[in-house]
Design a binder for this molecule. Sequence first.
Ligand SMILES: Nc1nc2c(ncn2[C@@H]2O[C@H](COP(=O)(O)OP(=O)(O)OP(=O)(O)O)[C@@H](O)[C@H]2O)c(=O)[nH]1
Ligand SMILES: [Mg+2]
Length: 533
Amino acid sequence: MNAMREWAAAEAARRRTFAVISHPDAGKSTLTEALALHAHAITSAGAVHGKSGRRGVASDWMEMEKARGISVTSAVLQFAYRDCVLNLLDTPGHADFSEDTYRVLAAVDCAVMLIDAAKGLEEQTRKLFDVCRHRGIPVITFINKWDRPGREALELLDEIEREFRLKPTPVNWPVGTSGYLRGLVDVREPERMLRYTRTPGGAHEAAEEVVPAERAAFEEGADWQQAVEELQLLEADGAGFDQASFLAGGSTPVFFGAAVSNIGVRLLLDAIVDLAPPPGPRRLEGGGSRPVDAPFSGLVFKVQANMDPAHRDRIAFLRVCSGVFERGVTVSRAASGKPFATKYAHSVFGQDRSMVDTAYPGDVVGLVNAAALRVGDTLYDGPPALFPPMPTFAPEHFAVVRPVDISRSKQFRRGIAQLDEEGVVQVLVSDTRGDQAPVLAAVGPMQFDVVSARMAGEFSAPVRLEMLPYHLARATDAAGADTLNRSQLVKGEALTRIRDKAQLALFPDRWQANSFQRQFPDASLGTLLAAHE
Ligand SMILES: Nc1nc2c(ncn2[C@@H]2O[C@H](COP(=O)(O)OP(=O)(O)OP(=O)(O)O)[C@@H](O)[C@H]2O)c(=O)[nH]1
Ligand SMILES: [Mg+2]
């Protein structure tokens, strides 16, 4: 027993499980690929071409992602680097997919926050940062796209400090203004500059040349001088990296670079190993926590079907939280108390996977064809464990979905049920509407595009959507739902969410909701978690 505990603890200590987060387009998927390239997990970046001609990345594998050049779902890459195993989760930046991103944040120990050098802090980055703070997830900052004209380095640091109340502590520093990057200085080794030679299209690691200070001063002149002065200024300001305040959410180590040209990526990768925290005890619902060396426990944070068109199966992504996961053992599913056999388990790398026999705290395991598992499920062995529930957001867009071809209604129902279980959208039903015309509820309209594309592409059941004039959802109960559905005077409708059987009252706007509440003061009307909370 003790040997098992020591084994789990030792393996946990060399795991780093982190998410890459930011506003859309800051370069998360590009950085994800660059990190994998530097860890030699892939041999060349951009080998695959997307439909639009843009280079595709390993984490963006869905057809729609390749075609549009955006990530619509999170992706997992696991790879070894130095003596560690890294579990990297690339998240979609678009607000419409923020439910997916939030679920990923429930499964990681650290986040790498990207900032576009030209844009500074953007809306979605702020929201995601708030989530990290709320969850106590330490944040590493990567200021990306330094190869393009943008803002000043010190100004960006000020913005982080002012708006996030987070002390920025640079770990590397740029020589040359944004758009005119000459090299980087590792703050711990200020007597030398790192100069990079890019490879075409950033397909391979950029060659790194160490330039001693004297030569850098000679060759880079004013740019080197400015970097030296800025570094002195930072030192005087006490901006040195501090592990304790980083882990406590008081400071963030900052890196500069250009993911697309692989500049500054190795420094970041090393920092993830050196600075990011390994898995620690996880908080349990109802109090207490489960240490990493306790018997096995894990959290299902994502479910996705048809990742591999050749197999057409369904994967539940499990983050191991404690103990050793061994394929083949039977564990318990907290939600039902029923046993669950872990026969088919894979480690995942974007779209590719390979069988995995053991996994340790921090690892992400893909459980194949685990039809019983749902997002938010806890699995455990030994003493029961239950992790806190996943957030579900208040939807703001609603559409009735119907099959284009009614002879395909079986495929239609199967597809909608699958997308509901994955949490691609929320599916609402009512007796009056029937199950041939369920209502899809989304945080953002792009989720509907994903439904349309996947229903046609994966389930051979093209759909037609008809938007409903509602934009506000409130929580109610059976009596409240009944009152609303009977009322002739209020524009609104109550439906049942399949996922958790919750009754949702839908209104065009809050005035209609208020008017309903005034007319029926006894009807229960509560708020749902808003997407920006
Ligand atoms: N100039 C420059 N462009 C970059 C850099 N990193 C990424 N890009 C480009 O920025 C665009 C967006 O990159 P992605 O990696 O897809 O961005 P993302 O953050 O994953 O976007 P979403 O997943 O949709 O939120 C692409 O055209 C990249 O080639 C960089 O360092 N410099
Ligand atoms: Mg992306």
